[in-house]
Design a protein around this ligand. Sequence first.
Ligand code: ADP
Ligand code: ASP
Ligand code: MG
Length: 438
Amino acid sequence: MRVMKFGGTSVENPQRIEEVGRLISDSTPKIVVLSAMAGTTNDLVTYSEYLYKKDHSKAKVFLESMRKKYYRVAEELFSTEEYKNHGRQMIDSHFDNLDEFNRDVFTQHEEKTVLAKGEMISAALMAYHLQETGISNALLPALNFMRIDKDQEPDNYYIRENLNREIALHPGINLFITQGFICRNAFGEIDNLKRGGSDYTASIIGAAIEAEEIQIWTDIDGFHNNDPRYVKNTTRIDELSFNEAAELAYFGAKILHPTSIRPAQDKNIPVRLKNTMNPDSPGTLITGKITGAGIKAVAAKDGIVAIRIKSDRMLLAFGFLRKVFEIFESHRTSIDMIATSEVSVSMTIDQIDHLNEIVSDLENYGIVEVVPDQTIICVVGDMIGESRGMAVRALEALRHIPIRMISYGSSNNNISLLIKSSDKIEALNALSNHLFQA
Ligand code: ADP
Ligand code: ASP
Ligand code: MG
């Protein structure tokens, strides 16, 4: 069995939905994971913002314009009256439900149900479209099998058992459609895998069914060596190792959700990135193989806060770092980068929900400085084979940019550099010119 995930732009209009329909309708057994149509999750966030503000009339107008957009999709996508009706009824049932939230209490709990609608609608549209064109398929409701535990981690046992049970309800079917992104939490409530989470859904499902391959179909022909949103002349990488892809995804390469490689890597399942707009391009293949020495790619992760604690008495005393780490652990905040000197230790975090508590706890041990608006630049490759000169080349490229922290040597795959976010675009371009242009 294969898993094929199609992102928002891959299903952004009726023509694209038909194109995806063609790409998935061969006889290879598969589970197809769909994102919401491009823009929908953002629109649902906007709708939620109106509801938080109790701006009922703006919310109503906004929702009804979304509903009309979906009516037009159904009108174009379906050719028979029967299916146009199915489509409209399905859209109305979701939008009537969304409208019910436009009354009283609106909390994060309600917001999660609102955000789930995009994937529910796109998967239903695809299932009806396939039915109308005579391609047998079954819809597997993600809310019946996808679950996270109290630590927000996938509940793999539950997922495997329930997914297999859902599949077994449809003997003789080779083509299954499901929703990306959405899940239930430990309390059985509707939740999600965070923005961009459909990639993670695909990887979790791939691991659960021990798929032969997980394909992530998007709007670009694979993993590029730099961020194409900020740098011109980026080029596709043919092959990456799991470790390299995981580092790049975690450190900001938007093409993959930050933790989407891990489930595939755990089960050694190849991940292939493909372009829906250019299906014949080979894309990028991510496997457990070491794929050649040297620097392969660069990514950037924004929204980083640097925290430095200075303590001439304590620093190198036994157990000092343990105490510092325990503070972060007790506030369930993970550290991305770390650097130490004799009198101080610097760390970075990207979740700031508990920043104030962390700082006040750290102040028991020394003077604490907090620097916001930082970006981690991550240079990734296999740096063991060609170990001489790698760090120099990266640093040389950035000689004109102030660097606050450097991390090198913790793995063979990564050099991380902390810079001001306002220097990011310049840094990515300088690295591109220096590392990748012949
Ligand atoms: P989808 O909606 O299919 O999940 P995303 O927008 O989440 O698509 O991811 C694809 C986008 O990721 C590309 O259009 C590109 O702009 C961006 N991107 C950022 N870094 C990279 C990279 N290193 N290689 C390829 N694409 C990247
Ligand atoms: N629709 C969700 C989002 O926009 C999930 C995804 O597209 O992967 O974040
Ligand atoms: Mg995405």
